[in-house]
Design a protein around this ligand. Structure first.
Ligand SMILES: NC(=O)c1ccc[n+]([C@@H]2O[C@H](COP(=O)([O-])OP(=O)(O)OC[C@H]3O[C@@H](n4cnc5c(N)ncnc54)[C@H](O)[C@@H]3O)[C@@H](O)[C@H]2O)c1
Length: 338
């Protein structure tokens, strides 16, 4: 099967490409990525070496209609998995929402409308629990819950979901939506909570925590999420939405304290900082649909995933240094001529 993976140089996309290529030799993957600040070809160095016949990287923008059309035609693409997105909520608040609307909505529209003219058998839109909005201390979202996003990032992701579902209803385009809780694991850009806390703890820097740290997030180890997407690819019905979550819910302060404990460092490294504007209190998703219909269950519990993640960041200090200093941009020029 020839698959177009978009945003495959980012955190989840790169883990997914590695997962799929390792798992089976029946896939040929085109990775289309614009290489924004969060896309990093170093995430795929081993893939480039080990799977050169079944993997190809193309630098480009999912909003580039002609490019998308050419790729679908020239590589006889049969499936599209859209990971590409502007993903950082804080940036959507502090730096403006335009880029989020462009990539997350118009980019999705480009893939859908260009996909219509190809021979696409499957289109998976990677979405988020954040489209449902925020919960208080009680409650849980199912796939039928009303979408009620609260910030420009989640609003753009919710819009993309609705657009994709409209393509299923209107044109019979083979759309499936997966909505994930927070992923953690190797190759995550350290602006996000867990890698930021781990890399700062390694360097004895302060661990910044919003407000009082009592907001709750639900966590999934990235390999578990990749397995879920793979199972959805192969077993699910078209036109469906699947929540992918775990029940591993933690307050942010608990995560920070656990990480410090793993490093034998004191809680005095924690610094409470001004809360995010409109900060969602809690997310929680019911994943019984994917469990009952597809047979997926989380396999890696939070602490085991955290241990693996800490080990990875500790053993990959060069990756961290390059990412944190922006140095890795020079690597593109040097190694890939980009
Ligand atoms: N990380 C999470 O916890 C999480 C949870 C739920 C859903 N998601 C969704 O999963 C997807 C992947 O998230 P991630 O954490 O890997 O993000 P990421 O920020 O690490 O990676 C995003 C990738 O998309 C690329 N990209 C951005 N704009 C592009 C464009 N216009 N054209 C082509 N490529 C572009 C970037 O270069 C980068 O490689 C996103 O759609 C996100 O909304 C993520």
């Amino acid at each position: 099967m020839n698959i177009l993976v978009t945003g495959g140089a980012g955190f989840i996309g790169s883990n997914f490409i590695r997962y799929l290529l390792d798992l089976s030799d029946e896939y040929f993957i085109i990775n289309l990525d614009k290489l924004t600040y969060s896309g990093n070809l170093e995430n795929l160095k081993d893939v480039k070496k080990g799977f050169s016949e079944r993997y190809k990287f193309l630098k480009g923008d999912i909003c580039d209609r002609e490019k998308v059309r050419d790729i679908i035609k020239n590589y006889q693409i049969e499936a599209i998995i859209n990971f590409a997105a502007e993903t950082h909520v804080d940036r959507s608040i502090k730096e403006g929402s335009k880029l989020f609307i462009r990539t997350n909505i118009l980019g999705t529209e480009t893939l859908l409308s260009e996909g219509l003219s190809g021979n696409i058998r499957l289109y998976i839109q990677i979405s988020t629990d954040e489209v449902y909005g925020s919960l208080g201390e009680e409650g849980i979202f199912t796939e039928k819950s009303v979408l009620s996003p609260t910030n420009p990032y989640s609003a753009s992701k919710a819009s993309a979901d609705l657009l994709a579902l409209s393509y299923f209803r209107t044109f019979g385009f083979p759309v499936i939506i997966v909505r994930s809780c927070n992923n953690f694991g190797p190759y995550r850009f350290p602006e996000k909570l867990i890698p930021l806390l781990i890399t700062n703890a390694i360097e004895d820097k302060y661990l910044p925590i919003y407000g009082e740290g009592r907001n709750v997030r639900e966590w999934i180890f990235v390999e578990d999420f990749c397995r879920a997407v793979y199972m959805v690819m192969n077993k699910s019905k078209l036109g469906e939405v699947y929540n992918i979550s775990t029940g591993f819910q933690k307050r942010n302060i608990e995560v920070a304290e656990l990480i410090l404990k793993k490093f034998n460092k004191g809680k005095d490294l924690i610094r409470f900082v001004e809360d995010r504007k409109g900060h969602d209190w809690r997310y929680s998703m019911d994943f019984s649909k994917i469990k009952n219909e597809i047979g997926w269950n989380p396999g890696i519990d939070f602490e085991r995933g955290l241990d693996d993640t800490i080990r990875w960041y500790s053993e990959n200090s060069r990756w961290v240094k390059n990412v944190k200093s922006g140095e890795y941009l020079k690597y593109y020029e040097k190694y890939y001529g980009l």
